[in-house]
Design a protein around this ligand. Structure first.
Ligand code: HEM
Length: 543
């Protein structure tokens, strides 16, 4: 009940914020476009002068870098970024800097790494130098001063948060202990699909898979009963708003001077981030308070909160480690938001892309059906995690999906803490570095027929048979590598494998009447994760 009241309040508040923005947008247009015109023109002229000065300045190490021509005053290379920056960057790199290339995004120099050799130099050889993150205003607001693990700059706090996340929230042991939760959540999803199959009805697989992963993360974070209280929907809504803000284009990041000139601009741009932070605050404060009260009232002896127990959720774990790790309430909230942000869309889009590819290639779907149904005896209620061990084709399908569609194709931007030479070019301290994981996964010198979906390449006899995504093969980095590598890799792997295996075990799949396999397209939409533009609607048939 409390949760319903809370949700109502939050929904009303969102409507109020939208009204406020409605008034602010015209104001913003006036202040941004009309008022500053003379200033912009002056700044344009001075930027052109500065640029020619920089060219002459042989002391500027960045002037040595290969860089695309057609850099414009003020906006630099921003106009070369299309709607899909990971693809634009790969094309630009191919022509202008296949190893490393410099772009000026607004006033921010950004080094783009597109070859496995340069990626290894950044993420392994000089990992300690590139292990920081650039500060962004939105992440600072949403993530409590970037005190989470994703956006924290390198330093003591980051090391502490990272240790906590890898050892206590996402370790292989913790992930194993979450087996029963995964089975239960998968069973619910399969039940929904079975009902649709019985009615010969189509299923919105994008929605079903998104809910599955969201419900699972909610359960890991706040316990078994979150769904019954209707919180999962709210978590999902807030996670989506965060993703839009963190992944969206924020002019202030590229034109910091504007932020200082126009306070209103800066206020409006931050208003959404502050509003969503407030809603996270209300939700997470309540959950943490409830957990703390429950913990206090428990007999600690009977119900010790050990970090490796399956039934302890992340909030329990954080409360139990609060003193040891010196965590404030804000630190805890930042880390919990990370779990939603990093854990939900990534796994769900992988499942969706995998299913979409299999629908386009029925002979591959047949091969996967065959492997799963040969491995698991007929009549078993579910495929279990023990059954997955020998499913090599299933694992290859997931690898191939991650190769072609890494959900975070440019990783999260890295930031140099010191000057460092990469491939003969000096990257100065405090420079943004982007590693184009998608370009690495389609690199023509490392992959045969790189744009084709061919899971066989990862099987025995295939030319990528020994290649894995654990951060050691620098042409295949869907989870990154080194100190900032994804700590959720175990959780993500088992979540995607168990769901895909069960979808194959229980159902045959068809397209809705009138659709052909060629109609299932792979067009992407860019954001903090890259997703399919089209919804995936399929008709399940009980096998
Ligand atoms: C298919 C699923 C997933 C993929 C492909 C993926 C990929 C990535 C990538 C590329 C990064 C950035 C690495 C870098 O900047 O060098 C990252 C960071 C991160 N991921 Fe994942 N991820 C997935 C699932 C998860 C899950 C399930 C969780 C947790 C519930 C998670 C938690 C994190 C965290 C906390 C970070 C920040 C690490 C840091 O900055 O130190 N991820 N992930």
């Amino acid at each position: 009940m409390m949760a319903h009241v809370l949700i109502d309040e939050l929904v009303q508040e969102a409507a109020a914020q939208q009204r406020a923005l409605f008034i602010l947008v015209p104001l913003l247009f006036f202040s941004l476009v009309l008022l500053p015109l003379p200033l912009l023109l002056r700044s344009l002229a001075s930027s052109t002068r500065t640029r020619s000065r920089a060219r002459r300045d042989s002391d500027d190490p960045l002037s040595e870098f290969p860089s695309p021509p057609r850099r414009l005053p003020v906006i630099g290379h921003l106009h070369l970024m299309g709607a899909l920056p990971h693809i634009s960057l790969a094309e630009l790199a191919f022509r202008h800097g296949p190893e490393v290339m410099l772009l000026r995004l607004g006033s921010v120099p950004t080094v783009v790494v597109s070859s496995p050799r340069a990626a290894e130099a950044v993420l392994r050889t000089h990992d300690h130098i590139f292990a920081s993150r650039p500060r962004t205003m939105v992440a600072d607001i949403i993530m409590y001063g970037a005190t989470d693990s994703c956006f924290a700059p390198y330093g003591d706090h980051f090391r502490k948060a990272r240790k906590l996340v890898t050892l206590h929230l996402l370790s292989a042991t913790k992930v194993r202990s979450q087996r029963p939760a995964r089975v239960e959540e998968a069973r619910l999803v399969l039940g929904r699909i079975r009902e649709a199959a019985a009615a010969n009805a189509p299923v919105d697989m994008s929605e079903v898979l998104h809910s599955f992963v969201n419900d699972l993360v909610c359960r890991f974070v706040s316990g078994k009963f979150s769904q019954e209280e209707g919180r999962n929907k709210l978590f999902r809504e807030l996670t989506d708003i965060n993703a839009a803000l963190l992944g969206g284009f924020n002019a202030m990041e590229y034109f910091p001077i504007l932020a200082r000139l126009f306070e209103l601009f800066s206020k409006v741009a931050c208003a959404k981030a502050k509003a969503v932070r407030k809603r996270w605050d209300q939700l997470l404060d309540k959950l943490i308070d409830d957990h703390a009260t429950r913990l206090m009232s428990r007999d600690r002896k009977d119900d010790a909160v050990t970090t490796e127990q399956g039934d302890t959720d992340f909030i329990d774990v954080l409360l139990s480690l609060q003193e040891e790790y010196g965590l404030t309430r804000d630190h805890m909230k930042a880390i919990l938001i990370d779990m939603f942000e990093a854990g939900t869309d990534t796994s769900y889009v992988t499942l969706e892309f995998a299913m979409a590819h299999l629908m386009r290639e029925p002979h591959l779907m047949a091969k996967l059906h065959d492997e799963v149904r040969r491995t698991v005896p007929k009549g078993q209620e579910m495929v279990t995690e023990d059954d997955l061990t020998n499913m090599t084709y299933l694992k290859s399908v997931i690898k191939e999906t991650l190769r072609l569609h890494p959900p975070v194709p440019l990783l999260i931007p890295h930031f140099s803490r010191d000057a460092c030479n990469i491939g003969g070019y000096t990257i100065p301290a405090d420079t943004r570095v982007i590693v184009n994981a998608r370009a690495l996964g389609r690199h023509q010198s490392y992959w045969e027929i790189p744009n084709e979906f061919l899971p066989e390449r990862f099987m025995d006899g295939g030319n990528a048979n020994n290649v894995d995504f654990k951060g050691r093969d620098f042409h295949f980095l869907p989870f990154g590598s080194g100190r900032r590598m994804c700590p959720g890799i175990h959780s993500a792997t088992v979540t995607t494998e168990i769901m895909l295996a069960n979808l194959m075990y229980h159902f045959d799949w068809e397209l809705p009447v009138g659709l052909k396999k060629e109609d299932v397209d792979m067009v992407e939409v860019f954001g903090i994760t890259v997703q399919r533009r089209q919804k995936l609607v399929l008709v399940p048939k009980i096998a």
